[in-house]
Write a protein that binds this ligand. Structure first.
Ligand code: FES
Length: 623
C-alpha cells in the first residue's frame, strides 16, 4: 500500500470494533486524519468513506484539519479559568497574533482552547505537544518554546519481564496466594536498603518530577547508597509536588513534599547523613508519633481528617509492582471470595454497603440472571471526561492492581468472563500502568483460566477510548466500543440485559471497583473519594468518611481559598453539575448524591466568579 495510513491500519482486525482504535493510531502517527487516511481506514474496514468521516467527526478527539508543527492547548475549564487559564490563553493570542483555534502563518504553531485536561488540581494547565504542564505561571507562558517537544505516538508498555511466569501451588485460592506472597517476600529481601518512590504519573509529569528522579539517581549513585529510585504515584496531594516517599527497613514510612531537583542534594544529605531533625523539610511520617521532627499523619493538615481505605496504598507502593500489591494485602479479598463465597453471597454482601453499592450489585444480579444468553460482558467506564473529576485516573495510576482485584470480584458476582476496560484516550499513564499490572496479574495466574486454581476464568481487554462521547454516558460508551457513531439514543435500552453487541452487560466505574476489596474484607468504613480543585490552598484527591461535611473538606483538608478570599459556593462535579451555596456547607459528602448522583469532585468558587450558567442553590432536604 502506498498510503502510510493503509499499512498502519492493516494491523487491525477488520471488525467494526477496531475502527476507532485504528483512527486513533493513524492520528497519533500523522497528527491528524487526512482525506487519504480516512479513505485507507474506510477501505480496510469495508466502509463507505462517508461513514468513516462521520465517525471521525462525531468524536472530538479526531482532527480533520492539519495542525501546526507544535500544538498548544490551554485549559479554560472551570478550575483553570478560576486560576488564570483564560488569562494565559489571551496572553498567547496576543503574543502569537492568532486567535484560539488558529495556526500561525508559517504553520509552526496551533493554539487551542481545551475544556478540561483532567488535571484540575494543578490548575492552570497547558498541554504542549502532548505533554501537560501544571501550576503554570504567567512568566512560564512567556517562555513557551522551552516546552516544545516532538509529538510522542502512544506506545503501550505491557512489559512484565521483571515478574516471571509462575504457577502458584496450593489446594485453595488462599494457599496459592500465600505461595505468591512467599515468592514476593523472597524478592523483597533482595531489595536495596533505600527505596525512593517519586511522585510519577500524570501529575508528577506535569510538575517535572522527572528532574527529581534524575537528580536522586545521580546523587544516590555518587554517595554509594544502595537505593532504588522508582516512578511512584500521587498520594493525593497532587499540588504539593514534587512528593517523594522514603522507605527503609527500621524507619517509619516518610513522605516529603515540595521537593525540587535543586533541593535534592541538601535534603538527601540531611536524610541519610545523620539523625538530625528534618524540620526544615515539609513532610509527614506514617506512624502515630512522628519521626525526627516530621509530624505524624494524625497531625498532618491534609491527612488528619481523612480516612484512607480505598486509597490506602496510593503513593506507598510501586504502582506496577505486583509484589508490592500482594505484600500489602492485595488479592486477599479475591482469594476469600473464591474459597468461601458463591456469586450470590458476593452480591448480597455488596448490596448491604449503601445505595451506590446496592445499585451496582443489583446490576450484577440482573446480568447473572440473564446468563442464558451468554456471552456477557463487563465494561469498565474509565472515561472520566468531566471538569473537576480526576479520581479514577489517580486510582488507575496509583494502585492498578486494586482496580483489577475489584473487577475480578465484581465479575465473579455478575457471572461474566470477559471485561473491556475503557480508558480515556488522553489518560496515557492510566493505560500504561493498567496494561503492565494486567500483564503481571496474568503471569501470576490471577487473571486468565482457572484463577488461583478455582473454576473461575476471566479475561480482560484494555481499550483507549476516543474522548468525546457525552461525559461517559453509558449507551455512548457501548457504541464507541462497537465502533459506532456517538449519537445519543432517544430510547436507551436497559444495559444489563441488552448491552454491548446486544448481550448482557454490566457497566461499572473505576471507583466502584476499587472500593470492593475492602468491602469483602469487612473494612469498607463507608468512605468516599473526591477530587477537590479550584483556587483552594491544598487541591488534590481526598478520601473521607461519609459523614464529613463540605465545610470540613473545603476549609480543613483543602485549607480554604488562597489569599483567604470569600467563597461563593462549591460546584459539585458529577453527571449534572450543581453549584451549592455556603448555606449548604454543613451537608455531608454522603448527601451529595441527593443533588448529583455519582458526584466525584468539588470545585471551590470565589465570590463573584460563579459561571453564568449556574446559580448557587441550597442543598434541601426534600431532594
Ligand atoms: S484541567 Fe483545567 S479545568 Fe480541569
Amino acid at each position: 500500500m502506498d498510503n502510510p495510513a493503509g499499512s498502519l491500519v492493516a494491523e487491525f482486525p477488520r471488525e467494526r470494533t477496531g475502527l476507532l482504535p485504528a483512527l486513533q493510531a493513524v492520528q497519533e502517527i500523522e497528527g491528524w486524519l487526512s482525506s487519504e487516511a480516512l479513505a485507507a481506514v474506510a477501505e480496510h474496514f469495508r466502509l463507505p468513506v462517508s461513514e468513516a468521516s462521520a465517525i471521525a467527526t462525531d468524536y472530538e478527539v479526531f482532527r480533520l484539519v492539519k495542525p501546526g508543527s507544535h500544538l498548544v492547548r490551554v485549559c479554560t475549564g472551570l478550575s483553570c479559568r478560576l486560576t488564570g487559564g483564560a488569562d494565559h490563553l489571551r496572553t498567547l493570542e496576543n503574543r502569537l497574533g492568532i486567535a484560539r483555534g488558529q495556526t500561525t502563518s508559517d504553520d509552526r504553531l496551533t493554539l487551542e482552547e481545551a475544556d478540561c485536561l483532567s488535571m484540575c488540581s494543578l490548575a492552570p494547565v497547558l498541554e504542549v505537544d502532548g505533554t501537560c504542564h501544571g501550576r503554570v505561571a504567567s512568566a512560564a507562558v512567556e517562555r513557551l518554546p522551552m516546552w516544545f517537544g516532538t509529538r510522542r505516538p502512544f506506545a503501550v508498555n505491557a512489559d512484565a519481564s521483571d515478574f516471571p511466569q509462575v504457577h502458584p501451588v496450593g489446594r485453595t485460592a488462599r494457599e496459592r496466594l500465600a505461595d505468591l506472597r512467599s515468592r514476593a517476600e523472597a524478592r523483597a529481601r533482595k531489595r536495596p536498603e533505600f527505596r525512593f518512590l517519586v511522585q510519577g504519573g500524570s501529575c508528577g509529569e506535569a510538575l517535572g518530577a522527572g528532574e527529581v528522579v534524575k537528580a536522586l539517581r545521580l546523587l544516590t549513585a555518587m554517595r554509594g547508597l544502595a537505593a532504588e529510585v522508582l516512578d511512584g504515584a500521587c498520594h493525593g496531594m497532587c499540588s504539593a509536588g514534587i512528593v517523594v516517599e522514603v522507605q527503609r527497613s527500621g524507619w517509619p514510612r516518610l513522605t516529603f513534599t515540595g521537593l525540587t531537583k535543586d533541593a535534592v542534594p541538601d535534603w538527601l544529605s540531611a536524610l541519610v547523613g545523620g539523625e538530625a531533625p528534618l524540620t526544615r523539610f515539609d513532610g509527614v511520617c506514617w506512624n502515630d508519633e512522628g519521626w525526627r521532627g516530621l509530624p505524624a499523619v494524625s497531625r498532618h493538615p491534609f491527612f488528619a481528617a481523612q480516612r484512607r481505605v480505598i486509597m490506602e496504598r496510593c503513593g506507598h507502593l510501586h504502582p506496577v509492582s505486583l509484589d508490592d500489591a500482594i505484600l500489602s494485602g492485595g488479592y486477599a479479598a479475591l482469594a476469600r471470595v473464591l474459597d468461601d463465597q458463591t456469586p450470590e453471597d458476593v452480591i448480597e454482601r455488596v448490596k448491604a454497603c449503601g445505595p451506590e453499592a446496592l445499585a451496582a450489585a443489583t446490576e450484577w444480579e440482573v446480568c447473572r440472571n440473564a446468563l442464558a444468553t451468554t456471552p456477557s460482558y463487563f465494561v469498565v467506564n474509565g472515561e472520566e471526561g468531566r471538569c473537576g473529576r480526576f479520581t479514577d485516573r489517580h486510582l488507575m495510576e496509583g494502585d492498578p492492581q486494586r482496580v483489577l482485584e475489584g473487577l475480578l470480584i465484581a465479575a465473579y458476582g455478575a457471572g461474566t468472563n470477559r471485561a473491556i476496560i475503557h480508558i480515556n484516550g488522553t489518560a496515557r499513564f492510566s493505560f500504561d500502568r493498567l496494561a503492565r499490572a494486567l500483564a503481571k496479574a496474568q503471569a501470576a495466574g490471577l487473571i486468565g483460566d482457572r484463577i488461583l486454581g478455582s473454576a473461575f476464568s476471566f479475561h480482560v481487554e484494555l481499550r483507549r477510548g476516543p474522548r468525546g462521547f457525552v461525559g461517559g454516558e453509558e449507551q455512548m460508551l457501548l457504541r464507541s466500543i462497537e465502533g459506532q457513531r456517538a449519537s445519543p439514543e432517544t430510547t436507551p435500552l436497559p444495559p444489563p440485559e441488552v448491552g454491548l453487541w446486544g448481550k448482557p452487560t454490566v457497566i461499572s466505574t473505576i471507583a466502584t471497583l476499587a472500593a470492593l476489596p475492602p468491602v469483602i474484607s469487612d473494612d469498607s468504613g463507608r468512605t468516599r473519594i473526591l477530587s477537590v480543585s479550584g483556587p483552594v490552598s491544598r487541591p488534590g484527591i481526598v478520601e473521607v468518611e461519609a459523614g464529613t461535611t463540605l465545610r470540613q473538606l473545603l476549609f480543613e483538608v483543602a485549607d480554604g481559598l488562597r489569599d483567604r478570599r470569600p467563597c461563593e459556593g462549591v460546584l459539585v462535579a458529577g453527571p449534572s453539575d450543581v453549584l451549592l451555596s455556603p448555606g449548604s456547607f454543613d451537608a455531608t459528602v454522603e448527601s451529595l448524591d441527593a443533588f448529583s448522583a455519582g458526584a466525584g469532585g468539588l470545585i471551590a468558587i470565589p465570590a463573584g466568579e460563579a459561571p453564568g450558567y449556574l446559580r448557587p442553590r441550597g442543598l434541601t432536604r426534600d431532594r
